[in-house]
Design a protein around this ligand. Structure first.
Ligand code: UDP
Length: 361
């Protein structure tokens, strides 16, 4: 079986790493990096740390409007797909790279396997929602990470092509946790220089268009850190680096440790040792859940409903008082409750493609 995997953004490198290691034991993989994330600490660092083979193709496409980026990716991916003639195109999640690959493959009649299918926020303002819906509708195999995502498919008549396999992010978390100690981490400050991770800290990630498009929202999130009883480690995504730096300089938030993006091993280490998590990232919400850390998600829609139980993850507006109030709510941990699978989603993803081949050829 020849699988052409398309990745482009940080969370996709993590999922592709665990699946790729299984896939390459018995099958051929052609790895295509669209170039959507390109900074060393948003891309290459993940390939090195997670031992992902170098991409066979790097398309170098990033920036521009959504349509521009997606269109340029489609044109370049079509050429690669024609040349490689794979049995499958494998895509992850909900980025423009996911959508571009799915549309290009669908028009070439190449079967598409979509990992993280069925996930829905039901938010019209969430740009990733369009990518999820369109990708699912043209995909051949829809692999859901959770039961609720699998059930969502029924609402759109997709369940016949769906399968519940579990979450490859959970596989990665289990495989890569505890590879580094917090004392080993040197945070690279955005202002230059380095510093160690404090013994007590909150972990903040925030980069979604919804929260970083206006000063007001990011300012409120920063104000919340002033009200916390420890410093906040905040690795800043390139998307909102200049705004974050400017606001910190203008308003001065002494509790925020503003750093360059950290590597994946460092990030899950920071999750595992944090007091609590504040985020707008789909991946980090789940990692907080795996690590049993209280999480407040600054979004007005739910990405992963299974985390929103027993006070474990709560939504908040970008409002300092609300964030602090929600962080203060207790959480209850039900040890047997593990809605993200058994840590073997990667094997199930590869098996799903193989079984489909056997049944349909
Ligand atoms: N992450 C990382 N370095 C950072 C911040 C986050 O490695 O500086 C990891 C995080 O632990 C999670 C993933 O990146 O595994 C989440 O990616 P992101 O927030 O970019 O995307 P989303 O999950 O929102 O799609």
């Amino acid at each position: 079986m020849k699988v052409l995997t398309v990745v482009g953004a940080r969370p996709q490198f993590i999922k592709a790493a665990v699946v790729s290691h299984v896939l390459r034991k018995a099958h051929e993989e052609v790895l295509v990096h669209t170039g959507q994330h390109f900074d060393y600490n948003m891309s290459e660092q993940f390939f090195r740390e997670l031992d992902i083979p170098d991409p066979d193709y790097n398309l170098g496409i990033s920036g521009g409007s959504h349509a521009e980026m997606t269109g340029r990716m489609m044109i370049a991916l079509e050429q690669v797909m024609i040349r490689e003639a794979p049995d499958w195109v494998l895509v992850y999640g909900d980025t423009n790279s996911t959508l571009a690959a799915a549309l290009a493959a669908a028009k070439l009649h190449i079967p598409i396997c979509h990992v993280e299918a069925g996930t829905r926020t039901h938010s019209k303002t969430n740009p990733e929602e369009i990518n999820r819906i369109c990708t699912d509708h043209v995909s051949t195999l829809l692999l859901a990470s959770t039961k609720s995502a699998y059930e969502e498919m029924a609402n759109e008549g997709l369940q016949g092509r769906g399968l519940l396999v579990g979450d490859p992010m959970f596989d990665a978390f289990l495989q890569y946790s505890n590879k580094v100690d917090p004392e080993e981490i040197q945070l690279k400050l955005l202002e230059g220089g380095g510093r160690e991770v404090p013994s007590q800290y909150y972990y903040l990630t925030c980069h979604r268009e919804e929260n970083t498009g206006r000063d007001e929202d990011l300012l409120e999130i920063f104000k919340a850190t002033d009200l916390l009883d420890a410093e906040t480690v905040y690795p800043v995504h390139p998307r909102n680096k200049s705004r974050a730096l400017r606001l910190i300089k203008e308003y001065h938030f002494p509790n925020i440790i503003l750093t360059e993006p950290v590597g994946y091993l460092e990030s899950i280490c920071l999750v595992n040792h944090a007091k609590k998590i504040i985020t707008d990232s789909g991946g980090l919400q789940r990692e907080a859940f795996y690590a049993e850390k209280k999480c407040v998600t600054i979004l007005d829609f739910v990405c992963w409903p299974e985390t929103m139980v027993d006070g474990r993850n709560e939504l908040s507006q970008p409002n300092a008082e609300e964030i602090i109030e929600k962080l203060g709510h207790p959480q209850k941990i039900e040890q047997k409750y593990q809605p993200f699978g058994d840590g073997h989603a990667s094997e199930k993803i590869v098996d799903a493609m193989m079984n489909y081949e056997k049944e349909n050829n």
